[in-house]
Design a protein around this ligand. Structure first.
Ligand code: AMP
Ligand code: ZN
Length: 468
């Protein structure tokens, strides 16, 4: 399997540290608002990659944090007249709901920055002891960037060039020794959440959080670290500087970064009035469509979001779901017995699509080509499945499609057309009709439900129902 590694700017063969196991860290969102559709991209693409690794037989330890202490969270708390913890808790829960609706599986661990302060203090102390960090007069602890010889190796930036290009940066260096030094610990301001530390009462900088959480849950060296491409510099560059200076070991072997999501070919921003939360999109589309839309592109390419492209994704997904539901329906009524010779040959041919799918995913998680392989299988199913086939052949076709869709986390079961509430309401209406001796209406409701796959049973305890 090959992965494009931002560190080397090459596609490289993937070799995990430990045979059969993968440790993966994906930088999670700062929880100060509902997540936007840009935030959804790393969640969806790296969830699909995790699923693929598991399908290949790896045991994946997948860690993704929630940044629950940050300037934006504090600002929002002040606006609402509440505390930062209330804001962070609310939006962590909302984010988990969106993830579930996008069929993004929960991580093995979702650490919270505020629960890991002790580890951060420890790592900062190690960096001070090793000369990679220092305390300024106001209690702020800075990282001594120039001391880390490899600084810039991920973003392929050179500090001297950066300095030449940003002369103004040099005058902002208040209490820092050098303008490139970044914050590891900062003193408390009035009304802000704060923790005791050897330097001052305060809170951690953003970058140290990920270094510490990655180390705690995955170890000093991990296989894959991932996130959106905007995180390459400075966030990931700083994580490397912190972790490698502290441990003396490589931090992550492979760095994966997803491209940005734009709206109608423009950067998404509130000021351009083209900013969408995942919740906004959920009002118009099933979030499965958003997931399918994201996976129809390569994760490293920029992705343009537009109503037309979402409608195209909706149609594409519908084609897959319809093929799955047709073949499933046929298999329920088709004949018994073993597959005949022709069926065996046909089914053998479908292996080709699975091989294509695997090859695409093994080539740097090319979900776009993997989706094409699924469409080819759908086309094959649509032309090679009918009521004259054996049930087992049809079930095998369904299973082949289901396996591939499951790797991408695409749900192929048709959504129940009737919600539980609707069923209960119809049952009540039927009871009323019976009391009023309107048996025609009562029977009509029973038939209507039966047609939609709901079976009613009159028992002594009342009416019970089941989906068939
Ligand atoms: P944040 O909460 O801003 O730290 O973002 C959480 C994750 O979403 C990071 O991995 C970002 O790189 C990613 N992200 C933010 N905006 C976009 C976007 N427009 N397109 C793709 N990824 C994004
Ligand atoms: Zn991070």
């Amino acid at each position: 399997m090959k992965i494009y590694n931002t560190l080397t700017r090459k596609k490289e063969e993937f070799t995990p540290i430990e045979k059969g196991r993968v440790s993966m860290y994906v930088c999670g969102p700062t929880v100060y608002n509902l997540i936007h559709i840009g935030n959804a991209r790393p969640m969806i693409v790296f969830d699909a990659f995790r699923r693929f690794l598991e399908y290949k037989g790896y045991e994946v330890n997948f860690v993704s944090n929630f940044t629950d202490v940050d300037d934006k969270i504090i600002k929002k708390a002040i606006e609402e007249g509440t505390d930062a913890q209330t804001i962070a808790k609310r939006y962590t829960e909302e984010c988990k709901k969106d993830m579930a609706d996008m069929n993004v599986r929960p991580a093995t661990v979702h650490p919270l920055a505020t629960q890991e302060i002790e580890g951060m203090i420890e790592m900062i102390q190690t960096l001070i002891d090793k000369g990679y960090a220092y305390q300024a007069a106001d209690g702020t602890v800075y990282y001594r960037t120039k001391k880390f010889a490899d600084y810039g190796k991920l973003s392929h930036k050179n500090l001297d060039e950066l300095q030449a290009g940003h002369r103004e940066i040099q005058v902002t260096g208040d209490l820092k020794e050098d303008p490139f030094d970044f914050v590891l610990w900062k003193p408390k301001k009035e009304g802000e959440p704060a923790w005791e530390s050897p330097w001052c009462e305060g809170r951690p900088g953003w970058h140290i959080e990920c270094s510490v959480m990655s180390k705690k849950y995955l170890g000093e060296t991990i296989d894959i670290h991932a996130g959106g491409e905007d995180l390459i510099f400075p966030h990931h560059e700083n994580e490397i500087a912190q972790s490698e200076a502290a441990s003396g070991k490589p931090f992550a072997h492979y760095w994966m970064h997803n491209g940005f999501l734009n709206i109608d070919n423009q950067k998404m921003s509130k000021s351009l009035n083209n900013f969408f939360t995942v919740r906004d999109i959920a009002q118009k589309y099933d979030l499965q469509v958003l997931r399918f839309f994201m996976l129809s592109a390569h994760y490293r390419s920029p992705l343009n979001f537009s109503a037309e492209l979402m409608d195209a994704a909706k149609n594409g997904l519908e084609r897959i779901v319809t093929a799955a539901s047709n073949v499933k329906r046929l298999s329920a009524v088709a004949g018994p017995g073993e597959m005949n010779e022709t069926e065996r040959e046909l089914f053998e041919k479908t292996r080709e699509y699975q091989d294509k799918f695997d090859a695409a995913m093994e080539d740097d998680c090319n979900t776009a080509d993997a989706v094409s392989a699924i469409f080819e299988l759908v086309k094959f199913i649509n032309t090679n499945a009918c009521a004259d086939n054996t049930s087992i052949y049809l079930k095998n076709l369904y299973a082949r499609l289901a396996v591939l869709c499951d790797v991408l986390g695409i749900l192929i079961e048709k959504k129940e057309e009737l919600l539980d509430e609707d069923i209960k309401r119809l049952i009540e209406e039927r009871q009323t009709a019976r009391k009023e001796k309107n048996f025609a209406r009562a029977d009509q409701i029973r038939d209507e439900l039966e047609q939609k796959g709901i079976l009613l049973k009159d028992t002594r305890q009342g009416v019970v129902w089941q989906r068939i």
